[in-house]
Design a protein around this ligand. Structure first.
Ligand code: ZN
Ligand code: ZN
Length: 391
């Protein structure tokens, strides 16, 4: 496969980002210091849309049915490329997924690509699309229900990690709250009158554990007990668990889903309880990385002094960007924000997301992403390769 990377183009995009560097980093730090939960990112949305308007973008917000979503557009033409922003934080630990860096990178890339198109007098529509509520709320899934990618030809976003890597995919996910209903009774004086809902939860875990050996390597099933009764001398009439099911293949997840629901049913039958199955959240699809966009990112990051590490296996997390990647060509690679290995969703990750080390890497990732978008918009050969890979 061809790898498209041009050092002179990277330099021009980098010059443009450099001009806006100080206000971009102010924006990044402001969002980091003011974490807001998914679908409630009022200040982050306001700050970004103001920034984009001042940079010459036409901004629509609310967008695609979400109050804190936005769509910012600059340039005209037949072809449209969207840089995707996320900006929600996690409960209690703030920007421990570093989404302050994601939205700043998308805006930096959007401005650089749009400015260079203008300077060269080339057509092309550059979008920066603000997608709220990635952490568990499925903002992009909700936005897709409103056809948010109508008129968009390809998308891209970048995500922080402890190291820089290409997009190696991520898992599809289904999340369940399972509740069993039984009958309470004195556990010592009248146990024969009770129906034990906790037994059903424990049998559910045993059923899942018996299933584990036959799961494909790329599958994950993990659960916690969310209610297990109150006191030992009352047989619990209600007990519940929350389970996540994942696979890197959408079809495999559907098969797993069927098996899991059979195990739930079996646990209820064995105990005489009744089961209640609720989706805890919207399902996400597995991510399909576009290899052409991935390769542009790899080349650009390597050239800017951010050596790309190729992981031994694909990602096992899940993201609502999976759904975007299944309807338009797209890619979701990573940039490193720490000189040492740190886990996502941790205090250490939050602290790293506010450092100059992370900001430098983020701006390099933005430049790489701008290059991918610019080439898609202006080079028919690149565009044809991207679309071919997505077939
Ligand atoms: Zn996260
Ligand atoms: Zn994240």
């Amino acid at each position: 496969m061809n790898t498209f990377y041009y050092a002179d183009l990277a330099e021009e995009l980098r010059d443009s980002i450099r001009k806006h560097e100080a206000p971009l980093l102010d924006l990044c730090r402001y969002i980091w210091a003011n974490p807001e939960l998914g679908l409630k990112e009022v200040r982050a949305c306001e700050a970004q849309t103001r920034f984009l308007r001042e940079a010459g973008f036409q901004v629509t917000t609310p967008f695609a049915g979400q109050d804190t979503a936005y769509c910012a557009c600059r340039g005209t033409g037949e072809v449209t490329f969207a840089f995707v922003a996320e900006y929600d934080a996690l409960p209690e630990i703030g920007h421990a997924c570093g989404h302050n860096l994601i939205c700043t990178a998308a805006i930096a890339a959007g401005i650089a690509a749009a400015e260079l198109l203008e300077k060269k007098g080339l057509p092309g529509r550059v979008l920066v699309m603000g997608t709220p509520g990635e952490e568990s709320y499925g903002g992009k899934v909700r936005m897709l229900e409103k056809d948010c990618l109508k008129g968009v030809d390809a998308t891209m976003m970048v995500h922080p990690s402890f190291r820089s890597t290409p997009d190696t995919g991520c898992t599809a996910i289904r999340r369940y709250d399972i509740t069993f209903h039984g009958k309470s009774a004195h556990a010592a004086t009248a146990p024969e009158l009770g129906v034990n809902a906790l037994d059903a939860v424990m049998l559910l875990f045993q059923g899942v554990n018996a299933w584990r050996q036959q799961l494909p390597e790329d599958a994950r099933v993990h659960g916690v007990v969310t209610h297990g009764g109150v006191v030992p001398n009352v047989i619990p009439d209600r007990a519940s668990a929350r389970f996540f099911l994942r696979s890197i293949h959408d079809e495999v997840l559907e098969e797993m889903n069927e098996r899991f629901l059979h195990i739930v049913k079996g646990a209820a039958l064995m105990t005489g309880t009744t089961e209640e199955v609720c989706n805890f959240n919207l399902p996400y699809r597995a991510r399909r990385p576009n290899e052409v966009l991935n390769n542009i990112y790899i080349a650009a990051m390597n050239a800017s002094g951010n050596p790309i590490v190729i992981p031994e296996r694909g990602g096992r997390g899940s993201s609502d960007y999976g759904n975007f990647s299944k309807v338009r060509p797209g890619v979701h690679p990573y940039f490193g924000i720490s000189p040492v290995k740190i886990p996502g969703h941790s205090v250490a990750f939050r602290e790293a997301a506010g450092t100059p080390y992370a900001e430098k890497s983020m701006l390099d990732a933005a430049c790489a992403m701008a290059q991918a978008g610019f080439l898609f918009l202006t080079d028919p050969e690149v565009r044809a390769a991207v679309l071919e890979d997505a077939k």
